[in-house]
Design a protein around this ligand. Structure first.
Ligand SMILES: *Cc1c(COP(=O)(O)O)cnc(C)c1O
Length: 377
C-alpha cells in the first residue's frame, strides 16, 4: 500500500518542542503560564487592528463564549451561514437559542448578503430580531465583508466571524478575524496551524478579553474563598498546547504561502479540464489562505460524479472530502428555519476538497496528477 496522502495533516515547524520543554522545566504543566501569554501576544501581533486574543481549548469553546457575551440565551435566534462545519452552529444550541440558517453566495460560497438581509427583515417582521450573525470564511475564502458589515450595522446586529479556517486570509488587505465584534480561531489538528487542539477568541476590547478568560476559568469572583456569581466554563488552553502554538506561529507566514502554492498546483492541474472548476478568489479584494483547495464538477460537462473521483483517489490512498453538508439539511437542525435557495446544496452535491496540507510534497503531487490525468472527466 502506498503511504497515505492526507487532506490536511499537522505540519510542525521545529520550534515547538523547545517551548514544551520550557514548560516542563518550570513545571508550568497547567492551563496557564508563559506559553499561553506569549501565544496570545503572537496572535495579536499577527492579526493587528488592536484586537485582543484569548487562548482557549477549542474554536467551538470560543464561539460559545462569544455568544454568551452577546447575551444570547434561551428563545433567542442567531443567524448562521448554512454552508459550514457543524461547530459554527452547535454553540447556538448550547445556549437554548435557535439557529436560523442563511444560504451562500454563488461565487463566494459564504453567506449571501441578499439572503442575509431577507432573513433579518423577515425575522424582525416576526418580532424575532436576531441576537447575532455568524459569518464563516469557508476554506479560507473571505466572505463579502463590506456588504455584510453594512447590513449588520444598519440593523444593529453584532457580527461574529468564524475564522477557524481563515487564519492569514485577507479582505481588501485586512485580515479575517478582525472584522467582527468577536472572531473565532481554531488550532485543531487539521487547520493551517495547530496546537493539537485549541482555539482563540478575538475581541475588540481588553475588557472582553478579560471577561473571556474569566468565563473560561470557571468564573471565579475576586474573593479569598471560591465564590461564583456566574456560570463558568473550563475552556482555557493548556500551557503545553500553547507551546506548540508558539512554535507554529513562527512558521505561519510560510504555511500560508505553501497552501497557496498547492492551490496554484491544482489550478494548473485542472486548467484543461473543462468539467472542473477550482474554487478561487473572484478578484483582488479577496486573499485566501487556501486552507483547503476545493473543486466542483459541472454536470453539464461531465457525467462522472464526485463519488467516482473520490474512489479514484482512494485507490491510490489519497484522502479527499465532500464539501460541508449544509446545516439546514442536517437531521439535528431539521426544525430550523432557512433563508435561501439551493446554492449551498448544489455546491455540496458537486464539490470535493483535495489534499491541501502545507507538507504536500512533489511525490504526492505526482501521484495526485496521475489520478487526475487517468480519470476520464
Ligand atoms: C474547525 C472549525 C471550527 C471548530 O473549531 P474546533 O477548534 O475544532 O472546535 C469551527 N468552525 C469551522 C468553520 C471550522 O472549520
Amino acid at each position: 500500500m502506498e503511504s497515505k496522502i492526507w487532506l490536511s495533516s499537522p505540519h510542525m515547524g521545529g520550534g515547538e518542542m523547545k517551548y514544551i520543554q520550557e514548560a516542563f522545566d518550570h513545571n508550568w504543566v497547567a492551563p496557564l503560564g508563559k506559553n499561553v501569554d506569549e501565544f496570545e501576544i503572537a496572535i495579536q501581533d499577527f492579526l493587528g487592528e488592536n484586537k485582543y486574543a484569548a487562548a482557549l481549548s477549542s474554536g467551538t469553546a470560543a464561539l460559545h463564549l462569544a455568544l454568551i457575551q452577546l447575551g444570547v440565551g434561551s428563545g433567542d435566534e442567531v443567524l448562521c451561514q448554512s454552508f459550514t462545519f457543524s461547530a459554527s452552529a452547535n454553540p447556538i444550541k448550547y445556549l437554548g437559542a435557535t439557529p436560523v440558517f442563511v444560504d451562500s453566495d454563488k461565487t463566494n460560497w459564504n453567506i449571501s448578503p441578499e439572503y442575509l438581509e431577507m432573513a433579518i427583515a423577515d425575522r424582525i417582521k416576526n418580532h424575532k430580531k436576531p441576537k447575532a450573525v455568524i459569518v464563516v470564511h469557508l476554506y479560507g475564502m473571505p466572505a463579502k465583508m463590506d456588504e455584510i458589515l453594512e447590513i449588520c450595522n444598519r440593523y444593529e446586529i453584532p457580527l461574529v466571524e468564524d475564522s477557524a479556517e481563515s487564519l492569514g486570509s485577507k479582505y481588501k488587505g485586512r485580515k479575517c478575524g478582525t472584522f467582527g465584534e468577536f472572531a473565532v480561531l481554531s488550532f485543531n489538528g487539521n487547520k493551517i496551524i495547530t496546537t493539537s487542539g485549541g482555539g482563540a477568541l478575538m475581541t475588540g476590547t481588553k475588557e472582553q478579553k478579560n471577561k473571556t478568560i474569566f468565563l473560561s476559568t470557571q468564573a471565579r469572583d475576586p474573593a479569598p474563598h471560591y465564590q461564583h456569581s456566574e456560570v463558568g466554563y473550563n475552556y482555557r488552553l493548556s500551557n503545553i498546547c500553547a507551546g506548540i502554538g508558539r512554535g507554529q506561529m513562527e512558521v505561519l507566514e510560510k504555511r500560508i504561502l505553501q497552501r497557496r502554492a498547492n492551490h496554484d498546483f491544482y489550478k494548473e492541474l485542472f486548467a484543461d479540464v473543462e468539467a472542473v472548476d477550482v474554487f478561487t478568489e473572484a478578484n483582488s479584494d479577496f486573499y485566501s489562505n487556501h486552507w483547503l483547495t476545493s473543486i466542483t464538477l459541472n454536470p453539464n460537462l461531465t457525467t462522472r460524479t464526485k463519488e467516482e473521483l473520490t474512489a479514484a483517489f482512494a485507490e491510490r490512498n489519497i484522502e479527499t472530502r465532500p464539501l460541508w453538508k449544509p446545516m439546514h439539511l442536517q437531521p439535528v437542525f431539521r426544525e430550523c428555519r432557512y433563508y435561501g435557495e439551493n446554492v449551498a446544496e448544489e455546491l455540496f452535491n458537486r464539490g470535493l476538497c483535495l489534499p491541501s496540507g502545507s507538507n504536500l510534497n512533489d511525490d504526492d503531487k505526482t501521484r495526485i496528477r496521475a489520478v487526475v490525468s487517468r480519470f476520464n472527466f
